[in-house]
Design a protein around this ligand. Structure first.
Ligand code: UDX
Length: 443
């Protein structure tokens, strides 16, 4: 039997990138590929669950160049530090890994997430193939690829700001985008310039742009580049814990005791931080529901925000946890709907589980993802802000009732679930693309 490829995978060290790359590693490992997974030393020390446990996945570390007490939520700081520290250390790490088994199963390909283009460039210099795993949607990546054209057409300026508020379509069959909702909007000059540079790097050194999506979910996007390779939904079939944060699994026992389709699951991913007043309104909105709720209230990553519950919040109709086994929860029969910030991983996980969404986007690609959920796939509704810019407790109550009473949405959820799952089954397009990718890496 021929030896399957050896991948060195290296995510940008935030959970929204580490998780999908861990899942992709598990999928590749299930095919028999060998994986060396690079954590930053900081994340490795912080990780309580230790990541995947397959035999053919090996964890190694590199320093990110910051001190343990430094603020890693400062993207500018961590990106600059990683870029000045890690490229010098990666070649030696690769040499050591290859030497471990006498150069008999050398690294064939490096897979990095967005912001890790430098690793693909290092690999290229060493004669190693490179691919990008894109944590957001293919459409977000396509928008970024179109930046030079958007600047040339005067739609955004050289710092990424819209020259005026307008709605545009970057390609047919892609949702119309309000220019104030481009994924980079509000990130500032440094991060915008970084995105432009990064796109050039992945065009040069990333032969494939692997996306956690399917041809059916984002059909309009694939004509923008031949490099897109949809392999989603990324759902590994085993029970390995892939989250780097400690999950509170008591909520699964609690869910087992709830009636079918009775629980509203509320989670805003790993980055979103809510204003305390909005947090209060959400808490009181959950109290108003006829249903029970399971609410993930995550301590902020930098400990800058510590939510307090409003005095008149009862919370007796639900359960609150600090981090949950989300994929298991979404597939639990007692879940009725998902109040979500529409991060791409949560979006795909919800589509795969067939649950209706109530969309509450905050930043970056989340507005675009909301458009797919509400306008294209028609599997959810948007929570709308009032004149003061708040989502009121009454809006939450109203939309929960509305989404749960909407039979068309229920039908579409089941349809999208089936279409999505078909892609990863034998003969499906994502399954085909995955095999194509593995054999490309080998030659
Ligand atoms: C970030 C960006 O915010 C998002 O817009 C982008 O699309 C991807 O990167 P994040 O905010 O963390 O991601 O959201 P999301 O993409 O939804 O990823 C969250 C992940 O954490 C999901 O895989 C989800 O299953 C997991 N999760 C979330 C848990 O395991 N437990 C929880 O309690 C909450």
């Amino acid at each position: 039997m021929s030896i399957l490829p050896h991948f060195l995978v290296i995510p940008f060290p935030i959970l929204g990138h580490v998780n999908p790359l861990m899942q992709f590693s598990q999928v590749l490992a299930n095919y028999g590929c060998k994986i060396t997974f690079v954590h930053t030393e900081f994340n490795h020390n912080r990780s309580k669950t230790g990541g995947p446990r397959q035999e053919n996945i090996k964890l190694v570390t590199l320093p990110d160049g910051l001190e343990p007490e430094d603020d890693r939520s400062d993207l500018k700081k961590i990106m600059s530090s990683m870029k000045s520290t890690m490229p010098n250390k990666l070649p030696k790490l690769i040499e050591d890994i290859n030497a471990l088994d006498g150069n008999n199963n050398k690294i064939n390909c490096i897979i990095g997430t967005f912001n890790m283009g430098w690793a693909l460039e290092v690999g290229h210099k060493l004669g190693i193939k490179g691919a990008l795993l894109c944590p957001p949607s293919a459409t977000s990546l396509a928008c970024a690829v179109c930046i030079p054209k958007l600047i040339e057409d005067g739609i955004v300026d050289s710092e990424g700001n819209p020259t005026k508020k307008q709605e545009i379509q970057i390609s047919p069959n892609i949702p119309i985008i309000d220019t104030t909702n481009f994924p980079w909007h509000g990130l500032g000059k440094f991060l915008f310039e970084h995105i432009v540079q990064e796109i050039q790097t992945i065009i040069n050194f990333g032969e494939w742009w692997i996306c956690n999506t399917t041809y059916d979910l984002e059909p309009g996007v694939f004509s923008i580049s031949q490099k897109f390779l949809p392999i989603g939904p990324l759902i590994s079939n085993d029970n390995n814990k892939s989250s780097i944060w400690q999950e509170d699994t008591t909520c699964l026992d609690w869910l087992d005791k709830q009636p079918p389709q009775s629980v509203i699951y509320v989670s805003f991913g790993s980055l979103v931080v809510m204003d305390q007043n909005q947090f209060n309104e959400l808490a009181l909105g959950l109290d108003l529901l006829d249903k029970t709720f399971l609410w993930v209230v995550r301590p902020s990553n930098d400990n800058k925000v510590n939510y307090t519950y409003p005095n008149d919040f009862h919370g007796n109709k639900g359960k609150i946890v600090s981090w949950a086994p989300q994929r298991k929860i979404l597939n639990h029969p007692s879940i009725a709907c998902f109040i979500s910030h529409c991060g791409w991983n949560s979006t795909i996980e919800g589509v795969h589980a067939g649950v209706p969404f109530l969309c509450w986007p905050f930043i970056a690609d989340q507005f675009l993802n909301k458009s797919y959920i509400c306008d294209v796939w028609k599997i959810g509704l948007e929570l709308e802000k009032d004149d003061n810019g708040f989502i009121s407790r009454h809006e939450i109550r109203k939309k929960v009732d509305q989404v749960l009473g909407d039979d068309d949405i229920k039908t579409m959820c089941l349809k999208m679930k089936k279409i999505t799952i078909n892609n990863i089954e034998e003969g499906g397009q994502s399954s085909h693309n995955l095999k194509k990718f593995i054999s490309w890496a080998n030659y």
